[in-house]
Design a protein around this ligand. Structure first.
Ligand code: PMP
Length: 427
């Protein structure tokens, strides 16, 4: 039965209270009234806005941490899911599922180069777990090189690749053999590969995000991935690209690695892969890796991975991304937003340190964490939802649906201008 507004209100407040001692007060304030039980269920404004339980309308620049690339509840994705629910939602993996096969074909077709075999999972961290296991299995090697500020998930394997001390410390020791080098610096990777080889510790894979998301939207130099590709080939290591956040059109190409023409050995997908409606991820690999894996296909399995409902959502999602030309729209909207944001930031040097990004994956770094919270709070009050990064607001992320209109972008800029004017007085 439908809950009453008062019941919903009480549940949101109770949840916030339960976290009171554990969450930064800035975020608590910022989240006090937001509820995910949006009242608007109909498709409107290209899915880039939503109305919360109090009837307040927001332009969504958080995008569910980058999951709503096609917008909130795109009607075609919803219809695909509802349709499939009426047939078969879940079934035994003993049965071959046509939707899973179709989705695998689509993924092979839209991913670059010879990436053509797909293992379906339920989340980003699982896609990275699979990549780590595939790399060890294929190479017979044990070690990995990851980067500082990296975020690859929080289950034990992916957490070993993640770099934030607060997330790792309580769970040490993690998987042995993970080395972290400064992000964006190919020379650092070269040195680590050389050091590992020198002590007889061969590296199975280098794992990086093409643009770091949780780390604060860090865009590496253009030649970073091409250099990593060369180094991996030179040392016989695999290149794993974690496109959980950058994939599905976010950065202005379907996959961020396409900006520089680099094809990884393994590509990790999740987040927006299920169209913002269902949770599904994928670990996409080159054929030789897959051939090694299927020598014993039961070594890595998951009951729910690639279930029919999630596959239906992912298929519809890919269709919408292509039909509506959303990667290209993200490139154009992103270039416009970046220019407007930089013009605005230049007026407030005491508040904003830097604006950076690619496509509709944009980060604004502030002079301090506190000023970042004030801006997030001010935007929230004006009906713009944004995301902090990791556990602070020193940088905030702007990752709206790729469908966001020019008019909505202008309204975001206007509201940010008013917020910065206000926050500038505190700086
Ligand atoms: N990799 C990257 C690059 C991510 O941004 C995230 C989530 N923020 C993950 C992995 C983990 O995904 P999930 O939360 O679905 O486990």
């Amino acid at each position: 039965e439908e809950l009453t507004m008062a019941e919903k209100d009480a549940l949101v407040k109770e949840t916030v209270e339960a976290f009171r001692d554990h969450v930064n007060p800035g975020f608590l304030e910022y989240r006090k009234s937001v509820s995910t039980d949006y009242t608007s269920v109909e498709w409107k404004d290209g899915g880039a806005t939503f109305t919360d339980v109090y009837g307040k309308e927001f332009i969504d620049c958080l995008g569910g941490y980058g999951i709503y690339n096609v917008g909130h509840r795109h009607p075609k994705v919803l219809a695909a899911v509802i349709n499939q629910l009426k047939r078969q939602a879940l079934h035994s993996q003993e049965l071959l599922d046509p939707l899973r096969a179709l989705l695998a074909k689509l993924v092979a077709a839209i991913t670059p180069g010879d990436l053509q075999y797909v293992f379906f999972v339920n989340s980003g961290t699982e896609s990275v777990e699979a990549a780590i296991k595939f790399a060890r299995m294929y190479t017979g090697r044990r070690s990995f090189i990851s980067t500082t500020r990296a975020f690859h998930g929080k289950s034990l394997g992916s957490l070993s690749a993640t770099a934030k001390a607060v997330f790792r410390k309580p769970f040490l020791p993690l998987i042995p053999g993970f080395h972290h080098v400064p992000y964006g610096n190919a020379e650092a990777v070269a040195m680590m590969l050389e050091s590992c080889a020198f002590v007889g510790e061969d590296v199975a894979a280098v794992i990086v995000e093409p643009i770091q998301g949780e780390g604060g939207v860090i865009v590496p130099p253009d030649d970073y991935l091409p250099k990593l590709r060369k180094l991996c080939d030179q040392y016989g290591a695999l290149l794993i690209l974690d496109e959980v956040q950058t994939g599905m059109g976010r950065t202005g190409k379907m996959f961020a690695c396409e900006h520089c023409g680099v094809v990884p050995d393994i590509l990790c997908l999740a987040k927006a892969f299920g169209g913002g409606v269902m949770p599904i991820g994928a670990t996409v690999a080159r054929k030789p890796i897959w051939e090694k894996l299927i020598e014993n296909p039961f070594l890595h399995t998951t009951t729910f991975g690639g279930n029919p409902v999630c596959c239906a959502a992912a298929i519809a999602n890919i269709n919408v991304l292509l039909e509506e030309n959303l990667p290209q729209r993200a490139a154009e909207s992103g270039a416009y937003m970046l220019r407007r944001l930089r013009e605005l930031a230049a007026k407030y040097p005491a508040v904003v340190l830097e604006v950076r990004g690619k496509g509709l994956m944009i980060g604004i770094e502030f002079v301090s964490n506190e000023l970042g919270y004030e801006v997030a709070k001010g935007l929230f009050a004006r009906g713009v939802l944004v995301a902090g990064t990791l556990i602070n607001a020193k940088s905030i992320r702007i990752e709206p649906p790729l469908t966001i209109s020019r008019d909505q972008q202008d309204r975001v800029i206007e509201r940010l201008a008013a917020t910065l004017e206000e926050v500038n007085r505190l700086a």
